[in-house]
Design a protein around this ligand. Sequence first.
Ligand SMILES: [Zn+2]
Length: 302
Amino acid sequence: MKLGYSMLLGEYIEAKVVEYGDCTQFQIVCPYCKEPVFKVIRDASQELHYLAHYNKSKAYIAECDLRLSGITNEHIRQADWFSRDQRIKFFLGALRSMFEEAQISSEDLRKNLSACKVSQKSKILKFMRELSHRHAKDIFKQNIDLAKESIDCWIEEYNEFAEVPLKTGFSIGVQKRIAMDFWEHILSANARDSFDYLYNHAYHNAINRISASQKARELKRWEYDLANYMIKLRQASLNQGYSMMDEMKEYPVVRDNGRKSLLHIMNAEITHEMIGLLTTLPYLEWLKKGSTDKKMEAANRL
Ligand SMILES: [Zn+2]
């Protein structure tokens, strides 16, 4: 495709002005499906520049290319193109780097990462991530506004309980726009690792949030049970996990004038945390740091 979309800049960018490292640096995705893309120069003598999806076998990619520029899979399959060392791992690594830089202390980060490692290995959490991914995708397709409302609700809640109001690199309006773009992006198939990464951290945060509330007020019975279930689920076998999920499905909670199951509440809390994390990431700092890295790289080449 001739055109990419930078989630960090919120702009459409022409393939010919994109340099090899820019897709990671500016988080450039397919404008149509929000999958990661990489820069290709086909036929160096003619200098045909374009952006390509990483996974070339899926039908929807042909659809994106047709919609966007008329470049077909046949073009992409041809061998005379150059893409240097651009890997999806690096592209998705940007979100992780931003997340890790945002941690208050290295001690917090260490605890976070080790809890997430356990979640990543857990078979029952793998099953729950799958359900949650599918559910989030369906909801996003049906109603984009729900994700927007969810961001507003997260910010409102943050400001209500925090000692100082939420501080972000970009203005809050820009942070919200980027969070929406990233949310759509991590629901795409090729960004699945990012979804899982964020889910695991959100899971950990949701447990921490309940134990932090415990210091300020008396927990409700269901909050206490929810935290316990979540801690136990992480260590449970697949069968133990399934029966815990069944119990949670049958556990009624009356909240915000509605009756929901504990399982439903757990999923809603995790999504809420994921959206919150995306709203607070240091996007501006990442962009600034990248331009410093680039300048240093250029200086080293001189
Ligand atoms: Zn696409």
